[in-house]
Design a protein around this ligand. Structure first.
Ligand code: FES
Length: 362
């Protein structure tokens, strides 16, 4: 077996079981880490919703995720040896199938012992690779028999495209990161650049929002006229449309279409613990494929998010105002409806009962 050199650091305070009222949603897929971080038989650590995980690929190329704690006495499995099929715990040598978590061997047993080794499991999580991420499904402890849907997929619209990823960690609760995703009024102040927006370009806007399952979307529209980046697409001489959608637990999708050209992005804000989250942007496009400005543009937006999170780490009281902060209010209502539906078994009550027009200046 190959020794695993990639030791993980799991701060003690973050490895405790999550509090029941931590405001984090279970029963969803979350991106744990980027696919290129796992090579060969390397084991990698990640943390989702306060759960320490060890991730890797078995020799068949299947992604796996186990709780990074041996069910015997809690030794991190990431410190064990992985032979491409099983992980041998470094403390007493118990071996677990990496994909299922099923125990294969307990070296200390004698012929007189009655322990049914095959009934011992390390906690395993559904794990799939998609769009360059290891996705892990964190099940709802109160709904163990739930169906696991396929992992989220970034919509793409042609066989050839560029793909870019960006990530940044934020020292705040996931809710703060998420309401930043759907905040329409900060653009002219936070994202100022000659090619994007200026303070002086603020004007009144009106958008129609529609309910979608577990979320809402801004109806397809012509993008803001004060954004030079959108104007660039005008060189193709076709009408430009954009659609923005938010769905629980944490995903904002944006699609821009201009004739045969398109740009598609998915931004997720993933809870690492109750007080830290990570923003991941995954973007694909087939316009301007030879022009290297897109990665720089993605970094421009990501860096501004990080700046705002500094003030949020102390959990200050917040104000949400109409109409500019109505999407944030809907997010909290969607969360509450989702949790209530889990309790009652009834379909969630959607906070938006039909197309709704919001107006703000930005
Ligand atoms: S702690 Fe893992 S085998 Fe004992």
């Amino acid at each position: 077996m190959a020794a695993n050199a990639d030791m993980c650091e799991t701060p003690r305070s973050e490895s405790q079981p999550p509090a029941k009222d931590d405001g984090l949603l279970r029963g969803f897929w979350y991106p744990a880490l980027r696919s290129p971080q796992v090579r060969g038989r390397t084991l990698r650590c990640a943390m989702l919703l306060g759960i320490p995980l060890v991730l890797g690929r078995n020799d068949k190329g299947e992604a796996f995720a186990l709780r990074d704690a041996c069910p015997h006495r809690g030794m991190p499995l990431s410190e064990g040896r992985f032979d491409g099929e099983g992980i041998e715990c470094s403390y007493h040598g118990w071996i677990f199938a990496a994909k299922s978590g099923q125990c294969r061997a307990v070296p200390s047993l004698t012929v007189r012992d009655k322990l049914k080794v095959e009934r011992v499991f390390a906690a395993s999580f559904p794990c799939e690779e998609q769009d360059g991420y290891f996705w892990v499904f964190i099940s709802d402890p109160e709904n163990r028999n739930e169906d696991v849907p396929p992992a989220p997929r970034l919509p793409v619209f042609s066989p050839e495209y560029c793909l870019e990823h960006l990530e940044a960690e934020l020292p705040c609760h996931v809710d703060h990161g998420i309401i930043g995703l759907m905040d329409p009024a900060h653009g002219p102040f936070v994202h100022q650049a000659w090619w994007w927006r200026k303070r002086g370009s603020i004007h009144e806007k009106e958008k129609v929002f529609e309910p979608v399952p577990d979320g809402f979307r801004i109806r397809s529209h012509t993008p803001s006229s004060n954004s030079a980046a959108y104007k660039l697409l005008g060189v193709y001489g076709e009408p430009i449309t954009t659609t923005i959608q938010f769905v629980l637990p944490n995903m904002r999708f944006e699609e821009i279409h201009c004739g045969k050209y398109w740009f598609s992005s998915r931004t997720t804000v993933t809870p690492i613990t109750a007080s830290r989250c990570r923003i991941d942007v995954c973007a694909a496009w087939n316009a301007f494929r030879r022009v290297p400005f897109m990665p720089a543009m993605l970094r421009f937006f990501g860096n501004r998010f990080v700046g705002q999170a500094v003030g949020l780490q102390y959990n200050p009281p917040l104000m949400l105002i109409d109409d500019a902060d109505r999407p944030a209010k809907w997010y909290f209502q969607l969360k509450a409806a989702h949790l209530e539906a889990r309790k009652t078994g009834q379909p969630p009550l959607h906070p938006i009962d039909g197309p709704t027009t919001l107006r703000w200046r930005s």
